[in-house]
Unconditional design. Structure first.
Lengths: 231, 231
DNA sequence: ACCTGAACACCGTTCAAGT
DNA sequence: ACCTGAACACCGTTCAAGT
C-alpha cells in the first residue's frame, strides 16, 4: 500500500513566455485576493490539499514567489477563503417562500453535499475551518426553514446541528472513499481472507457497490421525520 | 485571528540522563512497533496532529532520530496504526446476545464517539485512513446487530453506512468545535454585528451552548426509528 | 502601495555505515 | 537484525529591498 501523498510531477509548465515575445504574456492582471482564491481553488481541484503550496500558487498566478503574503496572512487563510468561496448557495426561486419545507431542506442540503463533492478537498477541510459567510448563510437558511416548518424554538439548534452532522459525515465519507476506490477494493479483498472474523460485512460486500446518493436521501428523510413534528 | 498551529514550545525535555548516571536511564527497552504506536498516541494526545513529528517521536522514545524507519514504512503508517489502536471495542457481557438491539447499537456507537473524543486528533484522521481491524470489527458488529434486529439483507449496507456517516459527522464536528471554543464565541459575536443578515441563528445563539451529547442521542434515535422496521 | 529574491528554520526521508 | 548521524529535498514564512 503505497503512500497516497506522492507528488504528481505534472508536466504543464506555467513559465511565462519570454517577456520580449509579442504574444499576450498571460496574466498581466495585478494580483488580487479574488484572483488568488480562484486560482487556489483550481489548484486544489487539480492536486488536492497536499498539492497547494504557496510557491506553486504564486507560480500559477504568474507572480513572484512571495508576493502572496502581501494579500494574505498565511496559508491557513487561503484555505479558509477557498473553502467558503466554494459553498455559495442561491435558492431557486420556486423554493423561496414555498410551503414545501421538506423540498427546500432537501435542495439546500443536497446542493451542499454536491458542492463539496465537486471539490473533494473541501470535505476534509470544512470541519476544522472558520465559518465563512456562505456557510453561515446556509445555516441561517436552514434555521429559517425549520422554524417555519414548526420546529420549536428550543429544539432549533439541535435540529440544525443534527442535519449539519449528518451532511458532514455523509459527505466526508463519500469524498474520501470515492477518492480511494482502489483501497476499498483492496480492503474488501483482505476481508475475504478473514471471513471468519468479519462474516457479515464480507457477505454484504459492505466496502463495495454502495448507493451513496440513495443512502444519503433515505437517512435524511428519517432524520427529518424525527426532527420536525408532523403538524 | 491568529493561526491555530503555533508550536507549543513545551518545557518537558525528554533528554536521557547522562548515561554514566546510576539512575534508571529511562527507556532501556528496545524499540518495537507497539512502543512506537503507544508513544505516538501519547504525543498526539498532547500536541495534536501537527505535533507529531518523526524526530520528536523518536526523541520521546529515547531513540536515535531515524531509528523509527526500520520499524515503520513512513509517517502515514504511524497515523494508520495509532488511529486503529485507539478504537478497540469490547462489548460488555450483558449486551452479548441480548435481545435489546437498540441498547447494543447505542452502546457501541456512543463508545465509538467517546473514544474518538478522548483522542480528538482521531476525528480528523479517521475519514482519510485505511480501515484497521478494530474499525472493521465495529462495522461487523454493527451489521450483525442490525441484521438480528430485522434489517433486510438488501438494506443492511445502507443502514450501516448511514449510522457510520452520522457518528462521523457528529464526532468530527464536536471534536473540532470543542477544540476551538474561542473561535465559536468570536464567531457568535461577529454574528451579533450582522444580525440583519443572520437573524435566526443569531437569535437562537447557534454557535453557543449546544447540548452535543443530547443532540447526538436524539438524532441517533430518529435514524434507528427509520432504519430498523418495527417488527 | 505593491512586489521581489535571498535566507532561515523546519521536517520527512534516504543512505551509507556502524554494531 | 537493529540502530545511527549526516545529508538532501522541500516548504512556510520573514526580511530587507526594490519600484
Amino acid at each position: 500500500m503505497a503512500a497516497k501523498r506522492g507528488g504528481a510531477q505534472d508536466k504543464h509548465q506555467r513559465k511565462a513566455a519570454p517577456a520580449s515575445s509579442t504574444e499576450k504574456p498571460r496574466s498581466e492582471q495585478p494580483l488580487s485576493l479574488e484572483r488568488i482564491i480562484a486560482t487556489a481553488v483550481e489548484l486544489l481541484d487539480a492536486e488536492g490539499v497536499d498539492g497547494l503550496k504557496m510557491r506553486r500558487l504564486a507560480d500559477r498566478l504568474g507572480a513572484g514567489a512571495m508576493s502572496l503574503y502581501w494579500h494574505v496572512d498565511n496559508k491557513e487563510k487561503v484555505f479558509d477563503l477557498a473553502l467558503d468561496s466554494v459553498l455559495a448557495y442561491r435558492r431557486p426561486s420556486h423554493l423561496i417562500e414555498s410551503p414545501n419545507w421538506r423540498g427546500a431542506v432537501f435542495h439546500m442540503l443536497e446542493d451542499w453535499r454536491a458542492s463539496m463533492l465537486r471539490h473533494p478537498w473541501s470535505a476534509s477541510l470544512l470541519p476544522r475551518r472558520a465559518l465563512g459567510p456562505n456557510i453561515l448563510g446556509r445555516l441561517e437558511l436552514l434555521g429559517r426553514i425549520l422554524s417555519g416548518a414548526g420546529v420549536a424554538e428550543k429544539d432549533l439548534n439541535g435540529a440544525i446541528w443534527s442535519l449539519w452532522n449528518y451532511v458532514m459525515g455523509a459527505t466526508i465519507t463519500r469524498a474520501n472513499f470515492d477518492h480511494s476506490d482502489e483501497d476499498m477494493v483492496a480492503a474488501q479483498q483482505r476481508l475475504a481472507h478473514l471471513s471468519e472474523q468479519y462474516p457479515t460485512i464480507e457477505r454484504t460486500r459492505l466496502l463495495l457497490d454502495n448507493d451513496w446518493d440513495g443512502t444519503f436521501r433515505k437517512g435524511l428523510d428519517f432524520l427529518l421525520d424525527g426532527l420536525v413534528p408532523t403538524q
